[in-house]
Write a protein that binds this ligand. Structure first.
Ligand code: NDP
Length: 455
């Protein structure tokens, strides 16, 4: 009787929600097309849980820190989901950028503020006045720890899209943020780390593969292709300083229980991307490898591949050769400047690239392992068009594919679906509601089974 009651409540909740979604303005708000409404049991699960949880929780005040390309997409996406994000604040170093974004989005639930996220006292004052339920950190990785400290002091959940790295050393590792585990646990707060696309969706894809398609994952290759053209001789798709620090470091991958180091861009090969074709792809180190090999110990080898054009690599080499990638201060006309920070000031702003960007990105996981005693290969990926991302948010697909998962991650925490005390990487949570939300929020995924993975 009780079970039958629950089922009918579920069916009723879903049909009520489906009815309300038929209204055009709701479809627009959720960013979904009519045909996608009834597409999969996963989406049904997500929509029903959404409705039930919405009755039980008063969600949710969100504070976004960082008003760059990614921050803009996050602000758009949280504004499109007013049932989850009831009050929104966008804060950054330059308030005028926040104001401009809020004006473009044009809903009156977005307030703005100036904050220096390197300064914990300023953050605490801001948190105490706005009283957020969650902070989405899409400023720079240098600010991760101060924002986490302020969250602990004010009792606020935390999430970000890039792991901490010290300003004076181009080295990113989870150790600094994992060290907050006991403090977040003791306060009953959640810190969700690395919830963009990579890291982020790539971890959720791996968790989804492990849950549904493999008994043991043995080989994981994350493949990241940007086949877009922004028409500039040289530009980076996200913060130039962070991007150049990342791609110029030595390569590193996991094999048989240890890290193997390579020279920068030493290993490369063509990989065929769906709808794009073959692109030269370079083995680089990427931060999600560190948490994935820890959380999925059956992995024998884990690698990350990224496509680069020849023109990009030539510029990068010149930038390094002439000292413009240096991260240590130099004196110029009696003033101390950091060359890579000066370079950022003269390069195109990634947030302004969208207008003439054509082509698409394709990011996914190529996995092999064992299911029911048999070997299996599996490829899961998303392709995202720069033009479509621009039409929706005014940003290119790299900002879009980072900002959408960040908004979904915050949704998961606010709805209580991914709410646990402690510090977590995305793959440590149930991937199903997140995967369903990806389909609904603009980043649909595709699967291929038992294909030649090329790797
Ligand atoms: P941008 O440089 O465009 O934006 C960064 C924003 O943070 C700017 O608005 C900047 O302010 C603000 N900011 C910087 N320092 C401070 C500070 N001390 N206090 C307050 N605000 C500050 O970067 P993106 O939007 O391209 O990237 C944002 C983040 O997303 C980065 O950490 C990046 O590594 C991450 N990322 C993650 C990806 C993933 O898939 N996981 C992919 C791409 C990016 P101002 O405007 O004044 O300079």
């Amino acid at each position: 009787m009780q079970f039958a009651g629950k089922i009918s409540l579920l069916v009723l909740s879903f049909s009520q929600l489906a009815l309300s979604l038929r209204k055009r303005e709701d479809r627009l708000r959720f960013g979904i097309k009519k045909s996608k409404l009834f597409c999969s049991p996963l989406n049904l699960h997500y929509l029903c849980t959404t409705k039930i949880l919405r009755r039980n929780r008063n969600m949710g005040r969100v504070l976004i820190i960082g008003a760059g390309g990614v921050g803009t997409v996050v602000a758009f996406k949280v504004a499109q989901n007013p049932d989850v994000f009831t009050d929104i604040m966008l804060a950054s170093r330059t308030k005028s950028k926040c104001d401009a974004i809020a004006k473009t989005i044009g809903v009156n639930r977005i307030s703005t503020a100036q904050v220096d996220a390197d300064n914990k006292e300023e953050l605490v004052a801001l948190f105490n006045s706005f009283k957020p339920d969650i902070v989405i950190n899409v400023a720079l990785p240098y600010q991760d720890l101060t924002i986490m400290d302020a969250c602990l002091e004010c009792g606020v959940d935390y999430m970000d899209t890039a792991n901490y790295e010290p300003l004076d050393e181009a080295k990113f590792e989870y150790k600094w943020q994992w060290a907050y585990q006991e403090r977040f646990k003791a306060e009953g707060l959640t810190a969700l780390l690395g919830c963009g696309f990579d890291p982020g969706v790539t971890g959720v894809y791996t968790a989804y593969a492990a849950k549904h398609h493999f008994d043991e994952i043995h080989y994981l290759d994350i493949v990241d292709c940007n086949a877009g053209d922004h028409g500039k001789a040289f530009a980076t798709n996200f913060n130039p300083e962070i991007n150049i620090r990342e791609v110029t470091q030595k390569g590193k991958y996991w094999e048989n229980g240890q890290w193997v180091m390579t020279e920068p861009h030493e290993i490369h090969q063509p990989i065929t991307y769906p709808g794009i074709g073959p692109k030269e792809s370079y083995l680089i180190y990427h931060e999600e490898l560190e948490s994935l090999v820890k959380n999925f110990p059956t992995i024998k080898r884990a690698r990350f591949w990224m496509t680069f054009g020849q023109e990009y690599l030539t510029h990068l080499r010149v930038i390094q050769n002439i000292g413009m990638a240096r991260i240590d201060p130099v004196m110029y006309n009696g003033v101390e400047i950091v060359p890579i920070q000066f370079l950022k000031a003269v390069l195109p702003n990634p947030g302004d690239l969208g207008e003439n960007y054509t082509g698409e990105t394709s990011i996914g996981c190529r996995i092999s392992g064992i299911k029911d005693g048999k070997e299996r290969t599996y490829y899961i990926y998303n392709n995202c068009s720069h033009e479509d991302a621009y039409k929706e948010t005014g940003m290119q697909a790299v900002s879009y594919t980072t900002g959408v998962p960040a908004a979904i991650g915050a949704m998961m925490v606010l709805k209580g679906l991914w709410k646990k005390p402690g510090v977590f990487n995305v793959e440590q949570f149930d991937p199903d509601p997140f995967m369903a939300a990806l389909n609904l929020q603009g980043l649909p995924w595709h699967e291929q089974f038992n294909i030649d993975l090329e790797l």
